[in-house]
Design a protein around this ligand. Sequence first.
Ligand SMILES: Cc1ncc(COP(=O)(O)O)c(C=O)c1O
Length: 440
Amino acid sequence: MVNLVEGEKSREIIRRSREFMDILTQDVDVLPMVADRGEGVYVWDVDGKKYIDFSSGFAVVSLGHSNPKVIEAIEKQARKLVHFPLADFYHELGASVAEKLSKSCPGGGNKKVVFTNSGAEANEVAIKLARSSTKRGRILAFYGGFHGRTMGSLSLTASKSVQQLGFFPTMPGVIHAPFPNPFRNVWNIDGYEDPEELINRAISFIEDVIFKAYPPEEFAAVFIEPIQGEGGYVVPPRGFFHELFKIARKYGILIMDDEVQMGIGRTGKMWAIENYSVYPDSIQFGKAIANGIPLGGVIHRGDFGFVTLGQHSSTFGGNLIALSVAEVVLEETPKLLPNVERVGMHLGRRLSELMEEFEIIGDSRGIGLARAIEIVKPGKGKTPDPKKRDELLRECFKRGLLLIGCGESSVRIIPPLNVEIATVDRAVDILMEALNTVTE
Ligand SMILES: Cc1ncc(COP(=O)(O)O)c(C=O)c1O
């Protein structure tokens, strides 16, 4: 076990973690990373080895590790007031962050914000909002989608069966539709060559199969991810959401846009849904909003919401330290969007070159700095090769590049939003070396 671990300190912490912690999702034989400190795009392990971190703490530290402005905000707020519950009282930070988030949303109009502690909880709130304001019970979601692991959000999640293992029954009333994945879909359509056909199939499945079996007027909401994150960084064909939104509007179904992973600048727009020029009824956020301090929430259209005092609340939702960092994130992120677009294009080009060179890369996809490559068996087919993917992650790790998987056999490449081209080039060079090793 853990023969990848070179250092004594790392080995000992891994041993104790595995003895006393019960929710480890990472196989220790793939990425035995024991972090000590971070700075910008780099992290060091407890034995002093330095890594380029292109996982950004699962798309959380978008301004980089130990960002000085973030540290300053935390320190300043901690000296003033750590916690004061916004459920019952008021604070300038709550008003200010909510106002900024509300104004950041596409589509204009009056928006309101509910603060939560995590992405899963944001989706729980979105479920409650949709059900209580439409007085309907059913919800539509997509295969491959990930929305969290609490019972309500888990019922929307259909990414990996292990995430459901042993927890049935989850919340009733959720129906899943196939997501139009251009590379790999249930209809075996090459969606890069024929996006229209792929969109038609996905939409008619909803209209002609799901809505024939279940009354569309009983659906409260459809939950979407603008790019499926945990499902493999899957970007649907551009026109898909336009068509989906049309049928949702036709039946009065709310569109709840889960931007927990793709929001806050990751795709080069503040919100990933802006890439498709459509306007959802809510945006769920989390992860990068406070650069590592737990915070999430829902921004929803102001003409629906919680109407009765005490109908929803949270002790920590909108914690003051988290909100003070969110102020920094909301100030800094718009300035970084041009960098995300420029460096993201460069990263995309370099990954496409790798795909030309290595047969085991079946697909390279993404927008901005939300990128992934999918590892398949050699032969230009599409058979996923999760073992090879893990081998690749390990080889990158050995060489000091931290990457994480997604989907069945993909590798996500998600550096902080302020990453420089030179660092991207160094990381891709390491990835190339690792690809050479695993294909030898
Ligand atoms: C799209 C999406 N929604 C929700 C969640 C759940 O967020 P959290 O882990 O903060 O509960 C995640 C986490 O990966 C996510 O990617």
